[in-house]
Design a protein around this ligand. Structure first.
Ligand code: SOE
Length: 411
């Protein structure tokens, strides 16, 4: 009987990770950092070095749960630590700018959760800093993780191959219902100073990024309406990991962001888009849907059935036309070969593992991963234009001309 391995495993070429924040995204990212190199051949092995957060007691508990070696209540320690290679920003949007700018200046690779920041102004500076840092071999990526859903990455391939022909319409929805209860407590996601916006930036950002990425086209104009359905909410108690402050005074706090975002869009080719982001859609838990209608067919996706892609081929013989349900678990589908036999399916957490595997590979190869901060800036421009439109009677708003490099991105 050979004894179990007792010597501590020293990973090959460790990639030392510092993470700021340990809520929902901290949990998802930590899982991905622990998992990616065990399913993908990567040039370096991530090591969870230091977790940074504000509250010592819950920080230490999270570090133990996630597997970090150390903790600090100063995120600046990660920037100053020569034994940290990557800084992963899993905090609310009001902190992204300060942390990312310091990390890039210090030569740390950066993974920044979406949306990139709470304003276009901050995003412009972050994108410029990331471009400059790239010349020093520093890599950065924004956490639009849904791009790494096999079905959606496959949808992009199909569109690029002409499977739907000329795109005429894009229909994107992101439907959740966790704020449907008017007495659901206040969280940072409902505070404009913290989150920047509500459903628009939190989940609308995902469908804006996906619509542009899958279609290969940027949005050029928008017309939208933002609505706050529930204007006040009870003070945050110990809300389930949503940043509750522990205050149970019974008073109600002002909600300063949108609950619902509805907007139409025009794409560079002239194609029309319709977008809906809401956290009030009773019964819809994480129904992030994208449908593209073209001259030769359609594709349709719903994240609540994330291992399936529906494909309609309008060029098939009339008697055989209909949406085909493709299980995107074949080895030919993006990322699928790394996992299970066909039909066994993947989950939400796999999109983060794919995102981090691609980041680690890019760091090793010396290439810039996507979505870049420049691409995330384009999303920020669209978010700002929707807000401007809603404030101006839903007037059509042009998206500020994208910077030249965003034209070369993966669009
Ligand atoms: C909102 O509830 C949310 O947590 C988003 O912030 C995430 O980006 C999305 O992946 C899941 O839903």
């Amino acid at each position: 009987m050979t004894p179990a391995v007792t010597t501590p495993h020293t990973p090959s070429r460790p990639l030392r990770i510092g993470m700021v924040g340990y809520g929902f995204m901290g949990a998802a990212h930590s899982h991905a950092w622990r998992t990616a190199h065990r399913f993908f051949d990567l040039p370096q092995t991530p090591v969870l070095r230091t977790l940074a957060g504000r509250t010592e007691s819950s920080l230490v508990a999270a570090a133990e749960r996630y597997g970090f070696e150390r903790t600090t209540t100063r995120w600046q320690d990660l920037v100053e630590d020569p034994e940290i290679d990557v800084i992963d920003i899993c905090t609310p949007g009001d902190t992204h700018f300060e942390i990312a700018m310091a990390a890039l200046a210090a030569g740390k690779h950066v993974l920044c959760e979406k949306p990139l920041a709470n304003s276009v102004e901050e995003s412009v500076e972050m994108a410029a800093a990331a471009t400059e840092a790239s010349s020093r071999g520093v890599r950065s990526i924004c956490g639009f993780s849904y791009r790494r859903t096999p079905a959606l990455a496959y949808a992009r391939q199909l569109v690029a191959e002409g499977a739907v022909g000329e795109i005429r319409q894009v229909r994107a929805q992101y439907l959740q219902d966790w704020l449907s209860d008017a007495d659901a407590p206040m969280t940072w996601r409902l505070d404009k100073d913290k989150a920047g916006s509500g459903a628009l930036g939190d989940i609308g950002a995902h469908i804006i990024d996906l619509a542009q990425w899958i279609s290969g086209q940027e949005i050029t104009t928008v017309s939208g309406t933002l609505e706050t359905v529930v204007p006040t909410r009870p003070a945050a108690g110990t809300a389930q990991g949503l940043g509750g402050t522990g205050d149970t005074s019974g008073e109600r706090h002002q909600v300063t962001v949108d609950d619902v975002a509805l907007f139409t869009a025009r794409f560079a080719s002239g194609a029309l888009g319709s977008f809906e982001a809401t956290r009030m859609a009773q019964g819809r838990k994480n129904a992030m849907r994208v449908e593209i209608n073209g001259s030769a067919g359609s594709i349709a996706f719903d994240f609540e059935r994330m291992n399936e892609l529906e494909i309609y081929d309008a060029t098939a013989p009339a008697g055989r036309q209909g949406f085909t349900r493709v299980l995107t678990t074949e080895p030919e589908h993006p990322y699928a070969a790394a996992w299970w036999p066909t039909g066994h399916g993947l989950g939400y957490e796999h999109t983060f593992t794919h995102e981090i595997a691609d980041l680690v590979r890019a760091i090793g190869e010396g290439t810039d991963p996507s979505p870049s901060f420049e691409e995330a800036l384009q999303v920020q421009h669209v978010l700002a234009a929707v807000e401007a439109s809603s404030a101006d009677g839903s007037s059509w708003q042009k998206i500020d001309p994208p910077s030249p490099t965003s034209q070369e991105s993966t669009r």
